[in-house]
Ligand binder design. Structure first.
Ligand SMILES: [Mn+2]
Length: 346
């Protein structure tokens, strides 16, 4: 793993030193704290590699509200600039926290090099692109931030790398977010957290950077989603289904916290249907995960695309009546469990 990172570091350094034009960075839609903390860490990395150009973050697909403070902090500290259009050409595009350009929802045709740095396990139906693409992606890692921090750390063994306290704290925020405040860290995440804390990072300050009060529209979506939820019992598991106009992943998380082993939330978008899913540790373990249980079948039946992790994922299908998708989901699950899903009565 260490050797793998060393060779990626050399590779990135080679590309950055050869880059005469712009370095762009993109992430998944509504970029989260892990996206932005890894952007901050990456900006430090290319700076210490001697790049004269500052990265430009392509923000066309939005930034989550809990990542807004981080994004502003990095911009105000002059680490990168934020642009709200898609570039016409560029030397290098770094895709952070997304497994490919499709998931990042941008066109990758205009860049000489594409570097993907990610830790997502699932990538149903990856997009294809012809340019030189380099991939540093391993589901072993519990955040994208820790991968970039390790690159910085290794670089720091060769040349002096100085991170000030505020920057270290901002980088730590994304790592804390994706590991659920170190409840699910890889050993590398712990090592990266230690490295950042040795540079002055504070866990308390990092958490304050990503704390937000939930907005009214999100609270309404969650409450409506609970009112619409249907629950089923199958064997010793509870399966919950609901739908909302927006904030589907927030609702899925809430249903999971309520005790649903499998939470499935549909959301009708402009040109597709989005499905957000959560699976409990009780149900998704060993060989069982969201992909084997449901996503692969949804993909073969509806051409659904999906991505995420073994126990938290998102899929999108062509726009079809919600009822049709729901009854198909129930049929897939009944054949998976080999038993009927029995409605739980309120
Ligand atoms: Mn992440």
């Amino acid at each position: 793993m260490r050797r793998d990172l060393e060779s990626h570091l050399e590779n990135i350094a080679g590309i950055v030193s050869g880059a005469s034009g712009e370095i762009y960075v993109a992430s998944h839609p509504s970029a989260d704290p892990d996206s932005i903390s890894s952007l901050i860490a990456l900006s430090q990395l290319v700076k210490y590699m001697g790049s004269e150009t500052q990265p430009k973050f392509i923000a066309v697909n939005g930034v989550a509200s809990n990542a807004a403070k981080l994004l502003e902090l990095g911009e105000k500290s002059n680490l990168y600039s934020v642009i709200d259009h898609t570039p016409q050409r560029g030397d290098l595009l770094v895709v952070l926290d997304a497994p490919d350009c499709g998931r990042a929802s941008i066109s990758c045709d205009v860049y000489e090099h594409i570097y993907i740095i990610d830790h997502h396990a699932l990538n149903g139906d990856p997009s294809r692109y012809g340019r030189r693409t380099h991939v540093l992606r391993d589901e072993y890692y519990t955040s994208t931030t820790e991968i970039v921090v390790q690159l910085l750390k290794i670089l720091g063994e060769k040349i002096p790398v100085e991170l000030d306290r505020d920057i270290s704290t901002a980088i730590l925020a994304g790592l804390l977010y994706d590991t659920r405040i170190l409840q699910h860290p890889s050993i590398i995440a712990l090592d990266s957290a230690q490295y950042l804390m040795m540079h002055g990072a504070s866990i308390g300050d990092a958490l304050r950077l990503i704390q937000t009060e939930m907005r009214l529209d999100e609270r309404i979506a969650r409450v409506k989603g609970i009112m619409r939820a249907r629950a089923y019992r199958v064997n010793s598991y509870i399966v919950c289904l609901s739908h909302v106009g927006a904030h589907e992943s927030s609702l899925a998380q809430l249903l999971a916290a309520a005790g649903c082993d499998l939470a499935i939330v549909l959301s009708d978008k402009e040109d597709h249907l989005r499905i957000s899913l959560r699976c409990s540790q009780n149900l998704c373990r060993g060989e069982v995960d969201l992909e084997s249980m449901l996503l692969k079948k949804l993909s073969s039946i509806f051409g659904a695309r999906y991505g995420g992790h073994r126990r938290a994922a998102v899929a999108s299908t062509p726009k079809l009546p919600m009822g049709e998708i729901e009854s198909r989901i129930i049929a897939i699950l009944e054949s998976f469990f080999g038993a009927d899903l029995k409605p739980l009565k309120p």
